[in-house]
Design a protein around this ligand. Structure first.
Ligand code: NAD
Length: 333
């Protein structure tokens, strides 16, 4: 099957080629998929897309006109897809529901440790011959309360790691899981979690219900000096409100792997350009903020699995007219 692989990088090609073994004809396209680039899928029966590709009604209509029947997302989240429009245009949407929850959970922990022990600042200081410790004081995670919002596959991994640190874990999820309770979490309502937690880590998907879940009102109820970690989707926090929280000191430190407007920034080298996004630029001025460019998934194990399941989705669709891991409007309704 001929497949147009949008937003493809050298590492996508490396892992997809290894998983494909020549089964499908993969056309690697560097540009992001949007209304202006959809034409590049001409001649392909399937499109392979990533987190910041635009799959709104306009793009899906353009793909359908060109004969595209399948969009295979090489990610778990599908908030960038208009599922109702995909159904209307007869395009199947497939995803990689699980690849390595460890990769993402471990990145959240890496951010927590970096922020707490100020590794980013300490490392820069030592390189300059500055061995002073002032400003680098951290705290023990042991005995602290960690609030986990969203306790699916990644949330569960994260809870297990936090339990290993000796933290008290509070959890909030509309669908509680016994595995998380067995791992040591106690389910509470969201206001209690926000009020009681020393660290809040977000692991829920971006949906209309979770859009700006962490807003001005939520921040006002949080512990003074709370550490906030978002490696899920940028839109879950209201970035402007979080900046005000940082300025007031309610938010003591912030770790972000995702950002509301990241599709204008992430996954490319802009080091020779100016950053036009003033909100993002303001975030980078805080010493107690660490931002990574949506790399929590970026481990060898995760990329191997993403490529394997993406090829499974393509092969299954080619053979049976149905992807191995479809997403449908009905499923999320
Ligand atoms: P999952 O589907 O296994 O778990 C998501 C959990 O969130 C579910 O238990 C669900 O009930 C819960 N949830 C839904 N609505 C909620 C709400 N309003 N409040 C609290 N919880 C809610 O998904 P997962 O594999 O654990 O991934 C979680 C999210 O992590 C994904 O949706 C994606 O946005 C993000 N993610 C980020 C990266 C990255 O590289 N930064 C990589 C993979 C996934």
């Amino acid at each position: 099957m001929r497949v147009a692989v949008f937003s493809s990088k050298s590492y996508d090609r490396q892992f997809l080629e290894a998983a494909n073994g020549g089964k499908h004809q993969l056309m690697y396209l560097e540009p992001r998929l949007d209304a202006s680039t959809a034409i590049a899928a001409d001649g392909a029966l399937a499109v392979c897309a990533f987190v910041n590709d635009h799959l709104d009604a306009e793009v899906l209509a353009a793909l359908a006109r060109q004969g595209v029947k399948l969009v295979a997302l090489r990610c778990a989240g599908f908030n960038n897809v208009d599922l109702a429009a995909a159904k209307e245009f007869g395009i199947e949407i497939a995803r990689v529901p699980e690849y390595s929850p460890y990769s993402v959970a471990e990145h959240a922990v890496a951010m927590m440790l970096t922020l707490n022990r100020k590794i980013h600042r300490a490392s820069a200081r030592v390189r300059e011959g500055n061995f002073a410790l002032e400003g680098l004081l951290g705290f023990d995670f042991h005995g602290k309360t960690v609030g986990v919002v969203g306790t699916g596959k990644i949330g569960l991994c994260f809870i297990r790691i936090m339990a290993g640190f000796g933290c008290k874990v509070l959890a909030y999820d509309p669908h509680p899981s016994q595995d998380c309770v067995d791992a040591g979490a106690r389910y509470v309502e969201l206001p209690e979690l926000l009020h009681e937690s020393d660290i809040v880590s977000l692991h829920c998907p971006l949906t209309p219900q979770t859009q700006h879940l962490i807003n001005e009102q939520a921040i006002a109820t949080m512990k003074h000096g709370v550490m906030l970690i978002n490696i899920s989707r940028g839109g879950i926090i209201d970035t402007r409100a979080v900046i005000r929280g940082l300025k007031s000191g309610i938010i003591g430190s912030l770790g972000l792997d995702v950002y509301e407007e990241e599709d204008n920034l992430f996954f490319r080298d802009l080091s020779n350009s100016m950053i036009h996004d003033d909100v993002f630029a303001r975030l980078l001025t805080f010493p107690n903020v660490v931002v990574t460019g949506h790399q929590a998934f970026f481990t060898q194990e995760a990329l191997t699995e993403i490529a394997k399941i993406t090829i499974e989705n393509l092969s299954s669709f080619e053979q049976n007219g149905k992807a191995a891991h479809p997403v449908s409007v009905e499923r999320i309704a």
